[in-house]
Ligand binder design. Structure first.
Ligand code: ATP
Ligand code: MG
Length: 508
């Protein structure tokens, strides 16, 4: 009995694990059996494969065919094994030369007519394939750009099972994918800060958030520009580094959220999940957990509009990523860790009706309503938001003013300089002031004596916690970096303190 082999890979969290697909002809009744912990989707592949093989003129033989997915103790899920299964069967029946499948990884879902469809996780699969020394990978055309983001891998896009058979049989070779030249200015369509009028304080806070990687809470009445401002944060952040692009794309790919045909993500993600989102939708979920919104926002911006309307368990799920830059998802099938380092932008109205403190319209809320609304956001969460800013109703004079507000390009230049100063101190561009370890912070942001005295007085007056103290120092350091000042002095501390609690929500 000959056993034919084809190579594919299973996605485990964000990582791909190589899987060998072994096919053998048996002596039993005609039929196709798949073993090796396949889930329902993999078991259903039998019907797709049966039909696809018939379409290309190689119907299953009138004997039993057994396929094993090894390692057999690793649960296999999804539809990406279809192609490798079909090719291993064809090698076992002698319809293609078995040795033709060596050195390549096959991944793709089969349609009933034999068309090959894209599947999630191809970036990780291409990486795993290369690590195993298989430098050739056959994928659906829609997955080709993504697979070719991995250097040193030859990507062969194939649109149909018949084309793969012709390639392996040596009749007609598949043409390797060539990465198209990058489009130079892809930031062209991003919304621009030049469109936001007035709101000087919020604009300034947004710039500080971008410069130091700080989380920010915008509070104000409806229509004051909170959503507008939040959407403009990605456009003033530094471009994704190649390493960051790879990490973010890997997450999007594993979550099945990468657009078909998309290669590496080039712009920082902006995610704005609805306030009705469940905790699993945010953290990641499913029986075989996939990354959720918090991870899709990795290296980008997570925007939570109407923060108090979010479910309590959903807000609780934010704590770990805000602290550690990752989420842990635990399921019966095991626990998964997904990266989730983002800048949080939260927005809220000052009260349930939205008009508290707004001269245009009277607030209809009772003190009780207001208190309950604000208490929905827990202190520990607010504590992790460095910048609290009021975004008041825009006076009509601001809307009709003739001058043009500063554009994102100019703001971004200052942000880049401030980031460069931080990177020069730490030697790591990812270590912004917001995420520096406390020990490092003490060294890099030692306050001038006057500044320390000012902060000490403010601590007493505002009854700030030790954590809040540290947060103020972080923001002060970022302000100094924006100014190009090596020292953290009283003026920077004074400004940082203004972002501590103007929104009326308790932060201690
Ligand atoms: N500062 C501003 N400059 C220019 N246009 C603005 C400004 N603020 C609001 N607008 C206009 O009003 C619209 C609504 O603004 P936006 O959605 O940002 O308000 P919001 O504060 O998020 O309100 P809500 O609390 O209802 O969510 C914008 O699309 C824009 O056209
Ligand atoms: Mg809004």
């Amino acid at each position: 009995m000959t056993v034919a082999r084809a190579w594919s890979a299973a996605l485990v969290g964000l990582d791909a694990v190589p899987v060998v697909v072994e096919a053998a002809m048996g002596l039993g009744l005609p039929g196709l059996t798949v073993v090796g912990l396949p889930d329902a989707a993999v078991r259903e592949s039998r019907e797709r494969i049966r039909s696809a093989l018939r379409q290309i003129g190689f119907p299953l033989p009138g004997r039993s065919v057994v396929v094993n997915l090894a390692p057999a103790d690793l649960p296999k899920s999804g539809t990406g094994f279809d192609l490798a299964l079909a090719m291993a069967i064809l090698a076992a029946t002698g319809d293609v030369p078995a040795e033709g499948l060596g050195g390549m990884t096959l991944v793709g879902e089969l349609a009933l007519d034999g068309e090959i469809r894209p599947v999630p996780g191809v970036l990780s699969i291409a990486e795993a394939s290369r690590a195993e020394g298989r430098r050739r990978i056959i994928v659906a055309p829609g997955n080709a750009a993504e697979a070719s983001a991995v250097p040193g891998v030859e990507v062969l896009p194939a649109s149909h099972l018949g084309a793969v058979v012709a390639h392996v049989a040596g009749r007609e070779l598949l043409v390797p994918y060539v990465v198209p030249p990058a489009v130079p200015d892809e930031l062209g369509d991003e919304p621009d800060l030049g469109e936001v009028r007035g709101q000087a304080m919020a604009r300034r806070a947004l710039e500080i958030a971008a410069a130091g990687g700080h989380n920010i809470l915008l509070s104000g009445p409806p229509g004051s520009g909170k959503t507008m401002l939040a959407r403009r944060l990605p456009g003033i952040l530094p471009p994704l580094s190649p390493e960051e692009a790879l990490e973010t794309t890997r997450i999007w790919s594993a979550a099945g959220r990468l657009r078909t045909g998309s290669g590496l993500l080039r712009t920082r993600p902006f995610r704005s999940p609805h306030h009705g989102s469940s905790a699993p939708a945010l953290s990641g979920g499913g029986s075989d957990p996939r990354p959720g919104e918090l991870s899709l926002a990795h290296h980008g911006v997570l925007f939570l509009d109407e923060l108090p309307e979010f479910r309590r368990d959903a807000l609780e799920a934010l704590r770990e990523p805000l602290e550690e830059g990752l989420v842990r998802v635990t399921r019966a099938s095991g626990s998964r860790t997904f990266p989730a380092r983002f800048i949080l932008v939260a927005a809220m109205n000052p009260c349930p009706c939205g008009f508290r403190g707004d001269p245009r319209k009277e607030c209809t809320c009772t003190e009780h309503d207001v208190g309950r609304y604000r208490r929905k956001i827990s202190g520990p969460l607010l504590d992790r938001i460095d910048l609290h800013v009021e975004v008041p109703a825009l006076p009509s004079s601001d809307l009709t003013a003739q001058d043009t507000p500063e554009s994102s390009r100019l703001v971004r230049e200052r942000v880049l300089k401030a980031r460069a100063r931080q990177a020069a101190r730490t030697g790591d561009a990812r270590l912004t002031n917001a995420v520096l370890s406390p020990a490092r912070l003490r060294v890099t942001a030692a306050l001038q004596p006057e500044a320390a005295a000012l902060l000490a007085r403010a601590m007493d007056r505002l009854a700030l916690s030790a954590r809040a103290h540290q947060r103020v120092v972080r923001v002060a350091r970022t302000i100094a970096d924006l100014e190009g000042s090596p020292d953290t002095g009283p003026s920077q501390v004074a400004e940082a303190l203004r972002y501590r609690s103007p929104t009326g929500v308790q932060t201690r």
